[in-house]
Ligand binder design. Structure first.
Ligand code: ATP
Ligand code: MG
Length: 427
């Protein structure tokens, strides 16, 4: 009997995992420059934490949750996204308190779970890198956070992407816009998809996010939220665009863009890949402002801004754009050992190299010299050390630099006393 991984999940194998490490490391370094610190919340949460924040009528909550009742009959769900759990944690630990810095800035990296139809760049267990900044109303926070996301893509070496922004305004804006949408879509009700007929009653804004072709045609001519902004919402959005202009960041405004989560207010944005191969999975990064969410989950009135991006989609883009990633699995030295008597010395040599802070490997399969050299080559070893019984007797070892072909005999003692010196000299 053998098994396969569950549908919509992936095993991240060696060879692939180095790419993940590179992406994660790039994020950690960049985010820390912006003073974000890492937060790790549980992979599961109380169902209500997600349903109240993301919204009962969203696809995520109504169709995609991995929820269950645990043995204590608690309604639990695997987390489908990172923001709601972090807001729960922010409120629970009173991170808004005076002993904490304001704004309070955190980032996260980890798996999320959604019961979706698996496709390229769409999984059931997928991974997000995201950030949240709590406490700032300043549109400069919106702008610097979007710039940080753009900078991240640049640092990864991705070239084909663009920034799209919109505003969802404040409560007053939403109320007026909701009515305008109801009036507009009501006239076309019979042409709407079944899902959108339901959305028209429950949450008309959600129609704008419909993936249905017929719905999308109607959405194209729907009223624009920009015509319904309250003076405050208009001012916030104008400041955001003014600042983007001042920093010479190019962007598009897409007035019918909404997000798949209900908690957003004011600025929302997406970073889209221009690579045609991503199809409906072209959104690499999505986020925005959520000024009511902390209060919604029982905390004080606190604004927030954040984004999340899908690591699997980043990897697809890196592959499609043929971006060269640095080799995180390089091998400094390979020790070829010939003859049974060299086993112990080969072990000592390999350990000494590792102790000196270099990566090293050796043959442990008792293979013939030729096979060992092949193995060193395949692993891309920079230096190959050869220890035969003659060398051992003489207290020497042979070293060859693979790139230059330079070869030399050195005393074994030199490896034990100062490997770095040999490495320097040979490479
Ligand atoms: P989409 O419209 O593609 O379904 P979404 O609006 O549901 O995305 P968010 O919930 O805002 O996406 O998540 C932010 C990012 O996380 C997305 O832009 C995408 O890169 C990634 N993402 C979301 N769902 C998945 C998934 N099922 N598989 C892989 N990545 C995903
Ligand atoms: Mg989705």
């Amino acid at each position: 009997m053998s098994y396969q991984r569950p549908k919509g999940t992936n095993d991240i194998l060696p060879g692939e995992s180095e790419k993940w490490q590179f992406i994660e490391e790039t994020a950690r370094t960049l985010f820390s420059r912006y003073q974000y610190q890492e937060i790790r919340t549980p992979l599961f949460e109380h169902y209500e934490v997600i349903s109240r924040s993301v919204g009962d009528t969203t696809d995520i909550v109504s169709k995609e949750m991995y929820d269950f009742y645990d043995k204590g009959n608690r309604h639990i769900t695997l987390r489908p996204e990172g923001t709601a759990p972090i807001v729960r944690s922010y409120v629970e630990h009173k991170l808004f308190g005076p002993e904490h810095t304001n704004p309070y800035k955190v980032f996260y990296i980890g798996p999320m779970f959604r019961y979706e139809r698996p496709q390229k760049g769409r999984l059931r267990q997928f991974h997000q890198i995201g950030v949240e900044a709590f406490g700032s109303n300043n549109p400069a926070t919106d702008v610097e956070t979007m710039i940080m996301a753009l900078e991240f893509f640049k640092q990864l070496g991705i070239k084909q992407f663009h920034l799209v922004i919109n505003t969802l305004g404040d409560q007053k804006t939403r109320k007026n816009y909701r009515q305008a949408l109801v009036d507009y879509f009501f006239a076309y009700e019979s042409q709407l998809s079944e899902d959108s007929k339901r959305r028209l009653q429950e949450n008309p804004l959600r129609i704008l996010d419909s993936k249905d072709k017929a719905d999308q045609k109607l959405v194209a001519d729907a009223p624009s939220i920009l015509d319904y902004l309250s003076p405050e919402a208009f001012q916030h959005f104008t400041q955001v665009t003014t600042m983007l202009d001042a920093l010479e960041i190019s962007y598009e405004i897409e007035p019918t863009m909404v997000r798949g989560l209900d908690y957003y207010t004011h600025t929302i944005f997406e970073i889209m890949s221009d690579n045609p191969q991503l199809g409906a999975q072209s959104t690499l990064c999505a986020g925005g402002r959520y000024d009511q969410l902390v209060e919604e989950l029982g905390g004080p009135d606190t604004p927030g801004f954040g984004f999340a991006m899908g690591i699997e989609r980043l990897l697809l883009v890196l592959e499609n754009e043929a971006v060269e990633l640095p080799d995180l699995h390089s091998l400094d030295a390979y020790v070829v050992n010939i003859g049974a008597n060299t086993n112990v010395e080969a072990l000592k040599v390999t350990q000494a190299i590792r102790d000196a802070g270099f990566s090293a490997d050796r043959d442990v399969m008792g293979r013939k010299a030729k096979a060992q050299f092949k193995s060193a080559d395949k692993k891309g070893a920079r230096l190959v050390f050869t220890l035969g019984e003659d060398e051992l007797e003489a207290g020497m070892i042979n070293v060859k630099a693979m790139a230059s072909g330079k070869e030399k005999r050195v005393p074994l003692e030199a490896i034990y006393s100062d490997f770095a010196q040999i490495f320097e000299e040979m490479s």
